[in-house]
Design a protein around this ligand. Structure first.
Ligand code: PA5
Length: 445
């Protein structure tokens, strides 16, 4: 099973799902047959069974080389070019991965850059890595994204200064378009090893390509198992029976709740290792759904931490949201509360109880409290947290997102809205070609 969805803690009325079965079947057909809107970006749909095995083998080889040659891998990219690998690496390694001794890690530390324009962030990262053996994986489908390009300019110089131009070729790995873009041009010129982001796979659907796989494999995670999970998702979520297809259930649950007036979906986790997964999920649904004035705002909270902050708002604030809770059924840790003879804080009633079991009661107590506060809850149960399940979970959400976009009547595979800020930023930076807009915007500031 590995993933199942429980929507029994919602107020969805009998018939509300059934009324949409025809629409769902149509959306599924459009997606799987690649006949729906945005179908030039549907390469991810059957990627788990069609991916290029030679490229996959090259990814593994490069990952091994990175593991052998460096203490730290810097992954440079923004949006879909880093969120997937960060999510999987954080989920499947220790919360303190980068701080663990190399003997325990068996793979380099992983840092991310180019996902912001903060000079402070970059300056500190460069300083931190000064005396370490470093490799870089720069990732950009377009090859022109400003944030990634700026960070790469710093790291290219860093690597060349440290190792010389020749060795830089052994330490810089590029993931980009097969033939076009500034990054591809530079990679060809400098002789960097390149990995391909297929034309028909958009950034946020690209975890299974080299975009996600190279950093994930470099972190020592089993990418064969990840792809096996993706394949299982591809196969299982074609099951036409709604009752047996958690992906269909989740897609329709979102759509029904949206149509009932909900504006926000909150993804909830109870394990810090899933907090970056929420970031990936937010991007997937945010960039896919938010169009034509439509879409659920994807938010995320991390419990029990945020029960002491946003929990109040969720319980008693305006009822414009619902929660989708990610629960890992398998025990994550066996540590238990210690017994203390003095028991000054009165905690001995918990002595011997595992923290996992206490966390579970926090989940169940919160579930009932929020449902009583009129917040519908859906629960996604993961049997365990491993590479296979992560591979399947990513496919689960990608497919649900595609279906949900079609049910909503938007193209879930483009992101025209992100151009607006870029245009303004370029104009304000006086990029050649933006002169008219520069004058117009500067007047307004
Ligand atoms: O999902 C998307 O397509 C975007 O978030 C992109 O991944 C992001 O904008 C980065 O683009 P690029 O890979 O071209 O640098």
């Amino acid at each position: 099973m590995s993933i199942h969805f429980d929507f029994s803690y919602t107020d969805i009325k009998p018939g509300e799902f059934e009324n949409r079965f025809d629409q769902l079947a149509q959306a599924n057909e459009d997606l799987m047959n690649k006949t729906g809107i945005g179908n030039d970006f549907l390469g991810w749909v059957d990627y788990p069974v069609k991916y290029d095995k030679n490229e996959f083998a090259r990814i593994k080889k490069a990952a091994k080389k990175i593991q052998e040659n460096c203490d730290a891998l810097v992954v440079i990219g923004i949006g879909g070019s880093y969120l997937g690998s960060q999510a999987v690496i954080a989920a499947l390694t220790s919360p303190f991965y980068n701080d663990e001794p190399r003997s325990k890690r068996k793979a380099p530390k992983i840092y991310f850059a180019g996902q912001n324009i903060s000079g402070k962030y970059l300056e500190n990262l460069l300083a931190l890595l000064k005396d370490q053996e470093v490799c870089v994986n720069v990732i950009s489908k377009s090859g022109t994204t400003t944030e990634a390009a700026i960070a790469f300019r710093f790291f290219k110089e860093f690597i060349e200064k440290k190792y010389g131009k020749n060795e830089a070729k052994e330490r810089i790995f590029v993931t980009t378009d097969e033939s076009k873009g500034a990054l591809k041009f530079m990679a060809n010129k400098e002789g960097y090893e390149c990995f391909v982001i297929p034309d028909d796979v958009g950034g946020r659907y690209s975890v299974y390509t080299a975009v996600g796989l190279l950093p994930i494999a470099a972190a020592g995670i089993d990418i064969d198992a990840l792809m096996a999970g993706a394949k299982a998702g591809y196969e299982d979520y074609q099951n036409p029976h709604f009752d047996e297809n958690p992906c269909f259930q989740y897609a329709l649950y979102r759509n029904v709740l949206y149509n009932s007036g909900k504006k926000i979906e909150i993804l909830v986790d109870y394990e810090p290792s899933l907090s970056y997964f929420s970031e990936w999920w937010k991007q997937l649904f945010g960039e896919s759904d938010g169009k034509d004035g439509k879409g659920l705002f994807p938010a995320a909270v991390h419990f029990s931490t945020d029960l002491h902050s946003l929990g109040q708002m969720i319980q008693d604030g305006p009822k414009n949201h619902f929660e989708t809770v990610l629960i890992i059924d398998e025990e994550q840790s066996a540590i238990a509360v210690l017994h203390d003879e003095a028991d000054l804080e009165g905690l001995n009633y918990l002595a011997g109880r595992k923290l996992d079991a206490i966390n579970e009661k926090a989940f169940k107590g919160t579930l009932l409290a929020h449902v009583d506060g009129n917040v519908p809850n859906g629960i996604i149960h993961l049997d365990r947290l491993d590479a296979f399940t992560m591979g399947k979970l990513i496919y689960f959400f990608e497919k649900a997102c595609g279906l949900d976009g079609y049910l909503l009547g938007v193209n879930p595979f483009d992101q025209p809205g992100v151009e607006a800020y870029k245009k303004n930023m370029f104009a304000l930076l006086h990029k050649p070609g933006y002169e008219a807009l520069t004058a117009e915007l500067e007047k307004r500031l």
